[in-house]
Design a protein around this ligand. Structure first.
Ligand code: ATP
Ligand code: MG
Length: 193
């Protein structure tokens, strides 16, 4: 069993994330790619637009019915900040025998040496960096996988909702409906967007 681990804020999850997850699953021949919405992120101290419960619920809606993509609420269910090393150790315990493959975007990969217990992370999981087509290969050791470049970001989606613009085609329809039904991202609340 080869388990890919894709963390993120997923605030909200969008088609860029989903195409990335599916492409990584295919290219790396992973049985499952687990999307793991972050709890309180160590590097994003300003907080999130949506709660962990809402971000996890949207991510679950987004992968519903897609074989090989799944969501784990482990970080959202934890109190306090979640560190990747703790998540990997917990997954190792819960999915005994699984080979863990940590999927890291090229943007985040540059910061990887600064992550808590970076050495231990590499003991627990194989680390694979993914880069968007045309973005070039980051100057890093280890395997790099290219994924399609989709110019979609959660920041832009939150800004569009706040401005009253449509987010159709950027997120699955189920996620669009959840955002509307729950009134997410409408107010500023001192967050980054
Ligand atoms: P924000 O705009 O709030 O930073 P985001 O859209 O970048 O959000 P994150 O939750 O930060 O989304 O991303 C989680 C992971 O998905 C990261 O590894 C990031 O590199 C990757 N990712 C984000 N957007 C895309 C995209 N359009 N295509 C491929 N990968 C993406
Ligand atoms: Mg980002």
């Amino acid at each position: 069993m080869r388990l890919g681990v894709l963390g993120g804020s997923f605030d909200p999850v969008h088609h860029g994330h989903l195409i990335a997850a599916r492409t990584l699953r295919e290219k790396l021949e992973l049985d499952v790619v687990m999307l793991i919405p972050a709890g309180q992120q160590p590097f994003k101290r300003d907080g999130h637009g949506a709660s962990g419960v809402d971000r996890a619920a949207m991510t679950e809606l987004a992968v519903a019915g897609e074989a090989g993509l799944a969501v784990d609420r482990i970080e959202v269910d934890r109190t306090g900040p979640s560190y990747t090393v703790d998540t990997l150790a917990a997954l190792r315990g819960a999915q005994s025998g699984a080979e863990l493959v940590l999927l890291v975007g090229a943007d985040a990969a540059a910061e990887l040496p600064a992550w808590r217990q970076a050495e231990r992370i590499r003991e627990l999981a194989r680390v694979v960096v993914f880069t968007r087509a045309g973005a070039g290969v980051p100057p890093l050791d280890g395997p790099v996988v290219e994924i399609p470049a989709l110019e979609i970001s959660s920041t832009d989606i939150r800004a569009r909702v706040r401005a009253g613009l449509s987010i159709r085609y950027l997120v699955p329809e189920t996620v669009e409906a959840y955002i509307a039904a729950n009134g997410l991202y409408r107010r500023r609340d001192g967050l980054d967007g």
